[in-house]
Write a new protein. Sequence first.
Length: 95
Amino acid sequence: MIDIKAIKAAAEAANQTKWQAYHDHGWLVVGSDDETVYVKVSKGSSAASPDATHIATANPATVIALCDEIERLRKDAAAYHALKAELDKQMGAKQ
């Protein structure tokens, strides 16, 4: 199973400003200007590169939101499984 807590902790520790993809001196740069966090993807790539867009979109705020949603859905799934088990038990007792 994916370690959601570790992923969320890493995202919370990362730069929380908006991430973006842009060109800088012939390099496609993905990251945030706030703390000069840059990832050089490849020389000569377009700012519309699917890889650059993915990296910029998977910023800390997005990762935190996804982790929160996964945690919520896991809790819902556990509640549904418990309810189903109780209903199955009740139905078995009636037969």
